[in-house]
Ligand binder design. Structure first.
Ligand SMILES: NC(=O)C1=CN([C@@H]2O[C@H](COP(=O)(O)OP(=O)(O)OC[C@H]3O[C@@H](n4cnc5c(N)ncnc54)[C@H](O)[C@@H]3O)[C@@H](O)[C@H]2O)C=CC1
Ligand SMILES: O=C(O)CCC(=O)C(=O)O
Length: 485
């Protein structure tokens, strides 16, 4: 039998087991009997130690030039690239997405590190004419101090890196609390920074429960900024805790993303986009397509294509080359998705296919659900309103494009939205009227570009933006300087 490794926290430049010695396990969702690793169940003592280490490292890290900090990120990027296959495999074993997706995400992580390494040499301020002719006025940027990063399991490499890399390049030090479901993957990422020689205390990893370590970070007086991605309920409580003590916060939360299929759409492309957006990563993306709103003239033709293409999707272990759709990432997510499938049926939607555990014997011990498509979905149903985070699409019929856009906006979320059309006027109307932070024409709802701002409207975010150059807005404060001889 393969031995199971113990993984540790990384605090002040050292690998440390939790002070009270409590451990738990990270399980493979493709086989609930397979333990990927023994991982810490840290307590607030561990968190305090990490926050102290991050505070101790602040002054020296901030003093380095941007290029000096960037050099560490370039090194970490090279190491992560070298270990891409190992990190990808670990990610697939821990949270189930296919190996191709896991390796793709890791490559994205490498690109994120390099992008922000370069940011260390770009401008951080403006010269503004002063009212006094003898004065020189300009803005510069200063780091927040210690940043707490609370990250989810669905993108265990890319999301942490698009928080950690900008935090570091702009001179902050970081305490990172990853999702326990993907703690082993987070250790591998941390190892890359360690091997890159990052000075001790600049980046610390504390693995543990959400209430203990996540909430502990949000409440910690030694932490000046909190960046969070995850569920709406937790995000709001993290935001409240940070706000209550005057810390800066940034929340990236759920989505209920629509794809609209207009009467003039290329139906094959639109069906492929609904499938890719809805079912890749087993629907576990905040940008995943959840509602498919089809203009009535093409409804039947589109539905038949969608169902036919979905029926050929191969469900299985993400490590197998023939698998297109892996398991849900954990048992809680699996039960949540099955619960929504029950609720859709109870509320009167018609399940056209999928939505059940697959029949194959070899998949019996994994959290697998076959891709599901509902029709006759009313906008008031839970499956049309709440984030499911699983392989479930809801088909809705609209009389015309204005009604489709109205339905698309009829949710509390506003993260991403997509329209398939060949008509420029329809595209422009959609861009104007769709309440979403990410609006895409003839492209699926998912697929974030690391060099562009990313974030949602309404309940999807705290109205801040991550990634690209937008990241500087959260991870720094502006200082306006007025100088006279
Ligand atoms: N926007 C996104 O990308 C994500 C959205 N979700 C949504 O959340 C649902 C539930 O997934 P979960 O893993 O339970 O998400 P979650 O919001 O509980 O977890 C996200 C992160 O927050 C931490 N956390 C949990 N409770 C906390 C607390 N009280 N204070 C501070 N941090 C805490 C977790 O340990 C994890 O690191 C999913 O079904 C999905 O709808 C989940 C993950 C990512
Ligand atoms: O669509 C993507 O590439 C990223 C999605 C995302 O940010 C998320 O699920 O949290």
């Amino acid at each position: 039998m393969e031995s199971i490794n113990n993984y540790s926290n990384y605090i002040g430049g050292a690998w440390l087991p939790p002070q009270r010695g409590q451990m738990t396990i990270s399980v493979n969702p493709a086989n609930r009997n397979e333990v990927v690793g023994n991982i810490p169940l840290s307590t607030r003592d561990d968190l305090d130690k990490a926050v102290t280490a991050a505070n101790d490292a602040r002054a020296a890290w901030r003093k380095l030039s941007g290029a000096g900090r960037g050099a560490f990120l370039y090194k970490a990027a090279d190491i992560l690239e070298r270990r891409l296959d190992e990190v990808g495999r670990t990610m697939t074993r821990e949270m189930g997405k296919t190996l191709a997706e896991a390796k793709g995400e890791t490559a994205r992580g490498v690109a994120i590190l390099r992008y922000y390494a370069g940011e260390g040499m770009r401008k951080i301020g403006d010269v503004i004419p002063a009212s006094d002719a003898d004065a020189f006025m300009f803005t510069t940027r200063v780091p927040l101090g210690v940043v707490g990063a609370i990250t989810p399991w669905n993108f265990p490499v890319a999301i942490p890196l698009w928080k950690i890399a900008p935090a570091l390049i702009y001179g902050n030090t970081v305490v990172w609390k990853p999702a326990s479901e993907t703690a082993v993957t987070s250790v591998l990422v941390m190892e890359c920074f360690h091997e890159a020689g990052l000075p001790e205390g600049v980046l610390n990893l504390v693995i543990g429960g959400g209430k203990e370590i996540g909430q502990g970070l949000a409440e910690h007086p030694g932490v000046q900024g909190i960046t969070f991605t995850g569920s709406n309920a937790v995000g709001k409580s993290v935001g409240q805790a940070a706000f209550a003590r005057g810390a800066k916060y940034q929340l990236e939360m759920g989505g209920k993303n629509p794809i609209i299929v207009a009467a003039d759409a290329d139906l094959d492309l639109a069906a492929d986009a609904a499938i890719s957006g809805g079912f890749k990563s087993t629907g576990q993306k905040c940008t995943a397509t959840s509602r498919v709103i089809v203009v009535k003239d093409v409804y039947e033709a589109f539905r038949d294509k969608l169902v036919e293409k979905t029926a050929s999707i191969r469900v299985g272990n993400g490590l197998s080359e023939t698998t297109w759709l892996g398991p849900c990432a954990n048992e809680k997510q699996y039960e949540t998705v099955l619960g929504y499938i029950r609720s859709g049926k109870e509320e009167g939607a018609k399940l056209l296919l999928g939505g059940t555990p697959p029949e194959e014997e070899e998949l019996r011990d994994g959290f697998y659900i076959t891709p599901a498509i509902f029709e006759d979905v009313d906008s008031r149903m839970a499956i049309a309103q709440e984030e499911i985070f699983g392989p479930v699409l809801s088909l809705m019929k609209a009389a015309d494009l204005p009604e489709a856009i109205r339905l698309a906006n009829d949710v509390q979320f506003g993260l991403s939205a997509s329209l398939y059309t060949k008509d420029i006027a329809s595209a422009l109307a959609f861009v104007q009227e769709m309440d979403a932070g990410l609006v895409r024409i003839n492209a699926e709802t998912a697929g974030v570009e690391l060099q562009a701002p990313f974030g949602g409207m309404k309940d999807s975010s705290s109205h801040s933006r991550e990634q690209g150059q937008a990241a500087i807005e959260f991870f720094t404060s502006i200082k306006t300087v007025f100088m006279k001889p």
